[in-house]
Design a protein around this ligand. Structure first.
Ligand SMILES: NC(=O)c1ccc[n+]([C@@H]2O[C@H](COP(=O)([O-])OP(=O)(O)OC[C@H]3O[C@@H](n4cnc5c(N)ncnc54)[C@H](O)[C@@H]3O)[C@@H](O)[C@H]2O)c1
Length: 512
């Protein structure tokens, strides 16, 4: 998850709200699904040849055999021992491994587990029918099972073709949840899976939990009548939120939406702290690189960029920043980083990381100038930050060296090390800290509860931020883990500050 992931889509959902294809033919969801119905389940050999077997990044339980990779889950007939078959996952038999992964995640997700316990009797999501489109991993599984515990019915697809933990998807399906996701989906599979979650027999969804806006996009485009029955959308990613604001501006948003991405608890913790930990892990796991003394350029000094910089600086890297915004550039300078144009450093750096949420930040021209062995990866939501398409030319050779690691080789023998084909590297090549996801998951659950239970008129067809008090509540759910003791305001202090003793403690414009 994480924008949690903030996640990438299999398609490159650009900030302009349109989908561009990076590695496949079409990405208009409607046309893609039509194709899939008539052209029926044709496997993409291109994708299979870059399949995800035997990888250093797969957990031993999820390592898919080449045998599995050859058969599309859509061609398999699978059911659980209870006869349930409303799902499509790589291999239902992996469910026991997945269940263990979920149990491990539960240990590190105290906030969402506390919420589950506190609200289980009230069932605040009774009658909620949620279409979910997020990363599917152990941590999101904890969220999904919490929503069900709180009374919701769910149907769930992945928002990223690479990030699904197959064994976790199997565990969820085995528990009886309609899950449509596997690692290594094609573009066509991707839209097919979301479609299966939106349109099903005896199913009229009334809530959407989205990460990247693809479920919203598909419903709006293909199932407009159903879309009008939606009571609320909760969106996690920068990109998805951007699309929602665009829809709202164009007068096309007919339901209230909650922008979870800009909740303080999400932005500060998921984007900053999670990326600070997972950037190192994903680079290590995929390349075995030594960081000390390496020159790294990070494009974008927002929350994600700041997290990456802190981690890499801590390990002795020489870090350069590129920025378009003078405020962030000044922050970077004051934090001790050199702010440069990409062209000025590109020939010397060992690692290039994009974290802008923008497109074509690293172009073919830049990659032509990189030195031999330069590692190139993306931490931003969309796979458009690095112009991967420009590398698919006859003069360059692609060599898969590991799952999620390609060497792209120039005619003179120079090679760059491209990670996850420009998709979110931390979600594709490593895992993200469960504790941080607990914060995001609790925020998402509260946003769903708020939108679902709000009295008519509280929210119009617009994009809202989670009320500050709920942000504070999410944080407070996580404090017991650290045995953190909050100071309470005295009556005198509360009066002096003009605050309610129970919060909110800061005005909405406070930046933390
Ligand atoms: N990998 C993850 O786990 C994860 C987690 C959260 C968010 N994200 C994604 O990471 C991206 C960044 O998120 P954020 O919270 O840091 O956003 P942000 O808006 O805080 O930061 C992005 C920064 O990039 C700068 N920028 C934009 N275009 C640029 C360009 N061409 N060159 C250089 N700098 C440029 C902006 O000025 C901004 O400061 C988003 O796409 C977000 O969805 C990823």
């Amino acid at each position: 998850m994480a924008d949690s992931g903030d996640g990438v889509n299999s398609t490159s959902s650009g900030k302009d709200g349109r989908n561009a294809v990076t590695d496949g033919p079409v990405t208009d969801p409607a046309s893609c699904i039509k194709e899939s119905k008539s052209g029926a389940l044709k496997k993409s050999s291109r994708y299979r040849s870059r399949s995800l077997s035997a990888s250093s990044t797969d957990s031993y339980s999820s390592g898919s055999s080449s045998d599995e990779d050859d058969v599309s889950p859509r061609e398999k007939i699978q059911k659980t021992d209870k006869g349930f078959n409303d799902f499509c996952v790589r291999n239902i038999n992996q469910h026991a491994f997945g269940r263990r992964e979920i149990e491990i995640a539960e240990q590190e997700m105290p906030g969402i587990m506390a919420l589950r316990k506190r609200a289980a009797d009230d069932k605040p999501l009774k009658n909620a029918k949620i279409v979910g489109c997020t990363h599917i991993n152990a941590q999101t599984a904890v969220l999904i099972e919490t929503l069900v515990e709180l009374g919701a019915q769910v149907r769930w697809a992945a928002c990223n073709i690479y990030s699904t933990q197959n064994e976790v998807a199997a565990a969820l399906a085995h528990a009886g949840y309609p899950i449509f996701a596997w690692r290594g989906e094609t573009e066509e599979d991707f839209w097919w899976c979301i479609d299966k979650c939106v349109a099903a027999e005896n199913w009229q969804p009334n809530m959407i939990l989205d990460d990247g806006g693809d479920a919203t996009h598909l419903m709006l485009k293909k199932y407009n009548t159903m879309f009008k029955m939606i009571q609320g959308i909760v969106e996690e990613s920068v990109t998805g939120v951007h699309r929602l604001y665009q829809l709202s501006k164009a007068g096309k948003l007919s339901v209230p939406a909650m922008n979870v991405n800009d909740s303080v608890t999400k932005t500060k913790f998921d984007n900053l702290y999670s990326c600070r930990e997972s950037i190192i892990d994903s680079l290590k796991r995929s390349t075995d690189v030594m960081f000390g003394g390496k020159q790294v350029v990070i494009c974008g000094y927002g929350e994600v960029g700041k997290g990456c910089c802190q981690a890499l600086k801590g390990l002795g890297c020489i870090v350069y920043i590129t920025e378009i915004d003078p405020i962030c550039a000044l922050q970077a300078s004051m934090d001790g980083f050199r702010v440069m144009k990409l062209n000025e450093v590109i020939r010397n750096v060992d690692i290039v990381i994009t974290a802008t949420g923008n497109k074509n930040v690293v172009t073919r021209e830049h990659m032509d100038k990189m030195k031999n062995g330069c590692v190139v990866c993306n931490m931003g939501h969309s796979n458009t930050e690095i112009d991967i398409n420009s590398l698919r030319t006859p003069d360059l050779t692609w060599e898969k060296v590991r799952s999620q690691v390609d060497h792209v080789i120039w005619p003179d023998g120079k090679r760059i090390v491209l990670l996850a084909e420009g998709r979110l590297v931390n979600l594709s090549c490593s895992s993200i800290p469960s504790f941080v996801v607990s914060i995001t998951a609790a925020t998402q659950a509260l946003a769903l509860i708020e939108l679902f239970n709000a009295p008519p008129g509280r929210y119009k067809s617009d994009v809202y931020l989670l009320p500050k008090k709920m942000d504070e509540y999410v944080a407070s759910l996580h404090l017991p883990t650290f045995d953190a003791h909050l100071t309470e305001l005295t009556d005198e202090q509360a009066k002096y500050m003009g605050l309610n003793k129970a919060g909110p403690f800061k005005p909405n414009y406070y930046r933390y």
